[in-house]
Design a protein around this ligand. Sequence first.
Ligand SMILES: [Zn+2]
Ligand SMILES: [Zn+2]
Ligand SMILES: [Zn+2]
Length: 241
Amino acid sequence: MRGSCHCGAVRFETRGPPRRTSICHCSQCRRQSGGTWASADLARGDVTITGEVRWYHATDRAQRGFCPTCGAFLFWEDEASDEIGVALGAVDGPTELVVLRHLYVPDPAAQPGGPLRDACLCGAVTVTLDADPGAITACHCVQCRKTSGHVPHSLDDPDRLSRIEGEVATFQSPGGALRSFCPTCGTKIAFDGPTGLLSLEAGLFDALAGRAPDLHIFTAFKGDYYDIPPNVPAAPEAGPD
Ligand SMILES: [Zn+2]
Ligand SMILES: [Zn+2]
Ligand SMILES: [Zn+2]
């Protein structure tokens, strides 16, 4: 497989079939992807990476790699083994894989609830939403999949009061949207649409961890390695504007 981040500065190539594949819902992957993160695990020697990757240690054992220019969350490396996880959302063209294994799935009945005030993985950026979060939208477009590493979940509403505190890095996508992320840990923060819509990444908030998306958009562009749940509203060619 070959792939790249959203801006193209980081590229990777893998050899041979992955040892395993999974979609991770843990709080660290949630923050860095904005939603959930899909990966293929390979031997480190079977993955070639080019371009500058910024690594962040969320734990002593593992480091997480993202593109410092566009924020794309691409790699997870367990330093105690010879393995590296590579983001399936960043793969160019079909992966010819089917990912069935889900890790750290939150129990919807055990939602923490509480205020929508939370922080990125490293704690440098905090986000507060002083309103009902409303619907959660999952975007399957190629730009979002490459930035997230799988499928980001967002809270979309131009009229809501939100407060972002701390320094964020931004990347302007073709089409004009400004994507912001924490430059230290790669947590996805917000998506400023060209028409003035501000979306906050739902993955930031522990209080929303157990909620499945209410709407799926740009489903015509989804990856080949997962299915969208049936009976959930979907907009094949549409996005927020
Ligand atoms: Zn990039
Ligand atoms: Zn994870
Ligand atoms: Zn951070």
